[in-house]
Ligand binder design. Structure first.
Ligand code: BGC
Length: 745
């Protein structure tokens, strides 16, 4: 009896062990199974209500998973320059956590200025690690809206004016980020090129400009980087809001480009339940619903893609075809991110992230002008430096709207210079002007007291008096992240520098010949005093390492190699959107919609400057170095190519100066015989090369049919027309040193 009992126990134990071992994982949890099988399996297990749940927010930045099936919640965060501090569940106010400070990376305009695709990858990877550590599954960025007007308050979050440059830089950023199991959410799709009236503006643009200028970077994000997320924009196109826009989302994005990821609404960008159902929106965030307005706790149920959608299904007005498509996309997103068992744990504020930030900043800073070699600062002869300007002591990581950050450190320019120059040189400071004296932005206290009692005249007199005694005067001016500056939600009011900086700069130039102006901004600004100021540096918003990276360049520790990602016009009237009187648009009679017609079509930035013969202050692609380079005569490997072929240009680059440095070789294509109007030239390839003094390297640049094509709006096709072309090679759009003619058969 005892033996039989023991045997029974043993066999029961074995059976249960075996069953524990062999109990198969449900397909959706089994990551050895193909993605689409997992998606279908999960979908088949979900109730109608659960499906509705996963397609809209449950808090400001998260959406629910499926509790019953063990599918976790999904967490998003801004984006795009670092991981935003956590906000309250149902409110925009910061949550007051003490574990949510980050490394603030340089703004995307700076990244674009590096023209270094490896750095874009490193940016994405570093940000992905920060996001992982903070438990975020999707970063709301990067932004690739084209700079059409320098007044746009959000240009600092984007990658400049050129579709090719933005495409080449956005792809590795997304690949780097997503290699960590964190989704990108490329934004704002599309035509969101100014901020004022961003919810009411209906953009009217022809198909050529749409396909050739405004869409390519998004297309590259989708078809090359395979972004898992994309955010619709606030504005309208063809009279429909872009978060549920039939043409943009269903026809182009999901149709022509075969996008399999999610379309996320911009926060509050969904306006219509039926359009949200049918026109391509997959996940709704940030909506303030009728009557409940901001932050009422059950408002989430009233989102368009929540109970209102469910009610329409229950009434039989919609089946579940659209819903299942949305849920499939959301499930794909989950399996790629928060249900990816292979993903790591990330890291926050690591040395590696600071190092990445510093290198990106160092390579993105642009030396715009350096008359008589005023820079780098001569640290042997210099005894006394005067630093002037509010931007030397003002934090730029908080503020600016949704890209606001709580940086673990932000080294300010004044401190960076003092650190770099050590004890031998006296670094004095004078405020010079008052911009925004707020001592706290987004809960982040200012390190220097910005309150100021003195009058503008007193501030100026002090700066000028001290400037007379200094060996160098370094002004840190420009814009800031306050409302109507470089800030989301509104555009700048003027192209000129705010806060009376122009006359201050001129007064300083009158008394000191070693004047250096460092412009902190994401946008070009007017510089009526340009010829009076020997050295001008574009210093962007550089994040945590701003002061260190700027000091590196000013003292020559870093040899600058940044190149402008946009054309720096002398006056607003030189910008097509303004010359043609198209900005900000014309209100319709009902005053609900403002039409903005992009009359300049494909002629944006340098394309416009070339066409109209406008000499900008600084051209697209321009940027100086402390060394000098010689770009040799380019050679092509053939004289004629076919549409399936490619052509390679070889050019030698020599560092002819005394310092190591990097040069960006830029190749522009000119279509000499075309049946449609084309820009005089367009960037189609580039390469950054690092050279020791005296070193020469051969650079090879290859282009194919795509580089020769335009979008033919008559046939709705990309077309490369046979005929004569030129490859124009140089180191800036206004400095072409070599020209090679070839033919397309
Ligand atoms: C911005 C988005 C941002 C979102 C969430 C919106 O106002 O336009 O870029 O990601 O808010 O903060």
């Amino acid at each position: 009896m005892k033996i039989r009992h023991a045997l029974l126990l043993i066999s029961l134990a074995t059976a249960s062990l075996l069953s524990a071992q062999t109990q198969p994982l449900p397909t959706y949890l089994d990551d050895t199974k193909p993605l689409e099988e997992r998606v279908e399996d999960a979908l088949s297990r979900m109730t109608l209500e659960e499906k509705i749940d996963v397609i809209h927010a449950q808090s400001k930045f998260s959406s629910p998973g499926v509790k019953r099936l063990g599918i976790p919640e999904f967490w998003t965060s801004d984006g795009p320059h670092g991981v935003r501090p956590d906000v309250l569940w149902d409110d925009w106010k910061q949550a007051g956590h003490t574990n949510d400070s980050c490394v603030a990376f340089p703004a995307l305009t700076c990244l674009a200025s590096t023209w270094n695709t490896d750095l874009a990858r490193r940016y994405g990877e570093s940000l992905g690690e920060e996001a992982l550590y903070r438990g975020k599954d999707m970063m709301l960025g990067p932004g690739v809206n084209i700079l059409r007007t320098p007044l746009c308050g959000r240009n600092f979050e984007y990658m400049g004016e050129d579709p090719y440059l933005a495409s080449r830089m956005v792809v590795p950023y997304i690949q780097g980020l997503q290699s960590k199991g964190v989704a990108a959410c490329v934004k704002h799709f599309a035509l969101n090129n100014d901020e004022t009236y961003r919810n009411e503006v209906n953009v009217i643009v022809d198909d050529r400009a749409l396909y050739e200028i405004y869409l390519p970077a998004f297309k590259a994000a989708v078809t090359e980087a395979h972004t898992w997320g994309l955010m619709g924009s606030y504005n309208l196109f063809e009279n429909q809001h872009n978060c549920h826009n039939q043409r943009l989302l269903n026809e182009i994005l999901k149709g022509e480009w075969g996008y399999d990821g999610v379309v996320v609404s911009d926060w509050g960008g969904a306006h219509d339940t039926r359009q949200a159902i049918t026109n391509g929106l997959d996940m709704e965030f940030g909506t303030w619903t009728d009557g409940l307005s901001f932050g009422t706790s059950n408002a989430y149920d009233n989102y368009h893609l929540a109970l209102p959608y469910l009610a329409l299904i229950r009434k039989g007005e919609y089946g579940t075809r659209e819903l299942d498509d949305k849920v499939r996309r959301v499930l794909r997103l989950f399996f790629r991110t928060n249900m990816n068992r292979q993903r790591g744990f990330g890291s926050q504020c690591s040395e590696a992230h600071y190092a990445a930030a510093r290198q990106i900043a160092g390579e993105g800073i642009v030396l715009l002008q350096n008359t008589n070699g005023v820079l780098p600062i001569d640290t042997v002869k210099t005894r006394r430096i005067l630093v002037v300007g509010e931007n030397a002591i003002k934090m730029m990581t908080p503020g600016g709207g949704s890209s606001t950050l709580k940086a673990q450190h932000e080294i300010l320019p004044l401190d960076g210079l003092r650190q770099a120059l050590g004890n031998g040189i006296e670094v004095e400071y004078a405020r010079g002007y008052v911009g925004d004296p707020n001592n706290e932005v987004e809960g982040v206290p200012a390190p220097y007291d910005l309150a100021e009692q003195r009058s503008p005249q007193e501030l100026r007199d002090e700066a000028v008096a001290k400037a007379r005694e200094a060996d160098y005067v370094i002004v840190f001016g420009g814009l800031n992240k306050s409302w109507h500056q470089d800030c989301e939600g509104a555009d700048r009011k003027e192209y000129g520098l705010p806060y009376g900086q122009d006359s201050l700069i001129e007064a300083l130039a009158d008394v000191n010949k070693n004047l250096v102006y460092v412009n902190i901004s994401g946008n070009p600004v007017a510089m009526p005093w340009k010829d009076k100021v020997p050295a001008i540096v574009q210093g962007w918003f550089l994040g945590s390492v701003a002061g260190e990276a700027l000091a590196d360049v000013l003292t020559g520790r870093t040899n600058p190699s940044g190149k402008l990602p946009y054309t720096w016009m002398a006056a607003l009237d030189d910008v097509a959107a303004h010359r043609l009187g198209t900005y900000p648009g014309t209100w319709r009679k009902d005053e609900k919609i403002i039409d903005e017609e992009y009359k300049e079509s494909i002629f944006v930035g340098y394309r416009w400057a070339d066409k109209e013969n406008i000499r900008p202050l600084f051209a697209f692609g321009h940027g100086l170095s402390y060394t000098s380079f010689n770009i040799g005569k380019a050679q092509a490997d053939k004289k004629e190519i076919t549409a399936s072929d490619s052509i390679t240009f070889t050019v030698s680059v020599t560092n002819t100066g005394k310092l190591a440095g990097a040069e960006v070789v830029q190749l522009y294509v000119r279509d000499c015989e075309s049946s449609l109007p084309r820009p005089y030239k367009e960037l189609k390839a580039f390469r950054k090369v690092r050279l020791a003094p005296g070193e020469t390297r051969e650079v090879r640049l290859t282009i194919g049919k795509a580089a020769l094509s335009y979008y033919d709006d008559r046939t709705k096709q990309w077309t490369a027309e046979p005929g004569r072309f030129e490859a124009l090679i140089g180191n800036a759009s206004d400095c072409i040193t070599s020209k090679v003619t070839f033919r397309l058969k």
